[in-house]
Design a protein around this ligand. Structure first.
Ligand code: NDP
Length: 472
């Protein structure tokens, strides 16, 4: 990335910016998430909108100054071509304050440097976020402060409940944004339009017509230098407990009368309250595995336990799979398989709804093999629907044809979309407190059984399709 001089930093700021009435305060400003995902998302949002004056304050233990922080902001914005609109003014005027955010006096000092309404983004290790919130509870926050918290939200249901109580002592629920950036992905948001704006799909989305649902997020990326975080988290908590359960909720919720935070979040909460492991049988309906040495695209990869920073004794899984039941009138009896794996040969990121076979095939129509499948791809973002037709070869032999639609990546990256909601004071895309607790409740029996060794930790070579067999 080309470095900008201070002169260039100032000169890219085009036009006079309106005075900012909001400050985004980022705690943990020198960390990975901020540079890789948050700032590019913010840059895109601001570049698309010159009517959104925003001050940016970064804080961290790192010995940085304003210029170093501005450079990071400008580099991140430039990486997504975000140099127009409000982006350049926000980058130019960004401020940095070195602090230990677990200390009240440091937090007071940082907050005093913020203008207007403050949005505090906790881009911190979860234990530090907890300590910072405790320190904040010792004094009154500025009026209308909003809080943004990253996953994992707590470490179990009880921890999430305690954190919720602590946060609710600071600000009301509507101003607490538990971030799940999957909810900012356009392909995930498209589930709402697909289900509720089409007469042809929604009447079929129930146990009478659906055989099974697979929600899969397999990636060929391995650790990507995130051993410290990943080894204490694992695939089940990193992906299933958060992102994939949010996708399940959007796929299974009842139709909201309007698209707003109250209606959408209540309907998601309803289905998550009804979700549990299939037959409550962890050994039969969960699987865990970790990758051994292998290669991906010709690139050799060490086994997970040989990656720097990994403690093999932890037994952390890099692939998790669970089969869930959504015990509602609509979905009773339909298995939902949620799976996510790292270092897998095929990037497979999709939700697949497999429909039941037709009640009867006319005699003489031959070759039927595949049921209808509706696929919602989360990268590439595309939709496809497999239908059975007869022709074009033998007239009465059934063949499968695929109808495809490109959903496109959306105008904003997921963090840009999530930030837009927060800056507008709209929690629709934020995870509600009780939902965060429910997501822990769903996976906790699995976590307990895995820790107790009740389910074997399988191995798969990096670059393979994961362990043989599947839960269904
Ligand atoms: P990093 O460790 O890269 O960044 C955290 C930052 O917080 C570090 O710069 C760290 O400084 C700083 N910090 C730690 N303690 C304090 C303190 N007492 N006062 C001030 N600053 C402090 O973590 P990530 O950016 O990867 O993750 C941040 C959060 O986002 C985590 O909750 C993570 O689970 C979540 N997340 C991360 C994703 C990612 O892709 N990175 C994706 C989704 C969620 P120092 O290094 O000196 O300790």
């Amino acid at each position: 990335m080309k470095s900008l001089t201070n002169h260039e930093l100032i000169s890219v700021a085009s036009g006079a910016a309106a005075a900012a009435d909001k400050t985004l305060l980022i705690l943990g400003a020198s960390g990975d998430l901020v540079g890789r995902l948050l700032l590019p998302g913010l840059g895109k949002l601001l570049a698309n909108d010159s009517e959104r004056p925003l001050s940016l304050v970064g804080s961290d233990t790192a010995d940085w100054d304003d210029n170093r922080w501005r450079q990071r902001v400008a580099d991140s914005f430039a990486s997504v071509g975000a140099l127009d609109g409000q982006a350049s003014a926000t980058a130019r005027d960004a401020r940095y304050l070195r602090a230990d955010v677990t200390l009240q006096e440091d937090l007071r000092r940082i907050l005093a440097a913020c203008r207007g309404q403050v949005i505090i983004f906790f881009a911190l290790p979860p234990s530090v976020t907890l300590q910072a919130c405790r320190a904040l509870a010792g004094f009154g926050l500025p009026k209308d402060t909003q809080l943004m918290l990253e996953k994992p939200f707590g470490t179990d249901a009880a921890g999430a409940e305690q954190l919720n109580e602590l946060l609710l002592g600071l600000v009301p629920e509507e101003r607490i944004h538990r971030v799940d950036h999957f909810l900012g992905m356009s392909a995930v948001l498209n589930i709402i339009g697909l289900r509720f704006a089409n007469r042809v799909f929604e009447p079929l989305m129930n146990a009478e017509h659906v055989e099974r649902v697979d929600i899969v997020f397999d990636e060929n990326l391995a650790l990507e230098c995130r051993a410290g975080y990943y080894d204490s988290t694992g695939a089940l908590v990193d992906m299933v407990q958060s992102h994939l359960l949010q996708v399940l909720a959007l796929l299974t919720m009842e139709a909201p009368p309007t698209i707003n935070a109250r209606e959408i979040r209540e309907r998601k909460a309803q289905v998550l309250r009804a979700t549990r492991l299939w037959n409550d049988d962890v050994p039969a309906h969960s699987r865990r595995a970790r990758y051994s040495a292998g290669s991906i695209d010709g690139r050799p990869l060490p086994g997970y336990v040989d990656e720097p920073g990994i403690d093999p004794c932890r037994g952390t899984e890099t692939l998790a799979e669970v089969m869930l039941a959504v015990d509602t009138w609509r979905w009773a009896g339909v298995p939902f398989r949620l799976r996510s794996g790292k270092a897998v040969a095929t990037n497979r990121k999709e939700a697949v709804i497999t429909f039941k076979q037709p009640a009867r095939l006319p005699g003489g129509l031959i070759g039927y093999e595949l049921a209808n499948q509706l696929r919602i791809g989360f990268g590439p973002d595309e939709l496809s629907f497999d239908i059975n037709i007869n022709g074009p070869g033998e007239p009465f032999t059934v063949e499968t044809a695929r109808l495809r639609a490109d959903l496109g990546p959306g105008d904003l990256p997921p963090y840009g979309e999530v930030l837009r909601g927060v800056l507008d004071g709209d929690p629709t895309l934020s995870v509600r407190g009780d939902t965060a607790e429910q997501c822990w409740r769903i996976v906790e029996p699995v976590l307990r059984a895995w820790r107790a060794g009740d389910v074997p930790l399988l191995e798969y070579p990096a670059g393979s399709e994961g362990p043989a067999d599947s839960l269904m």
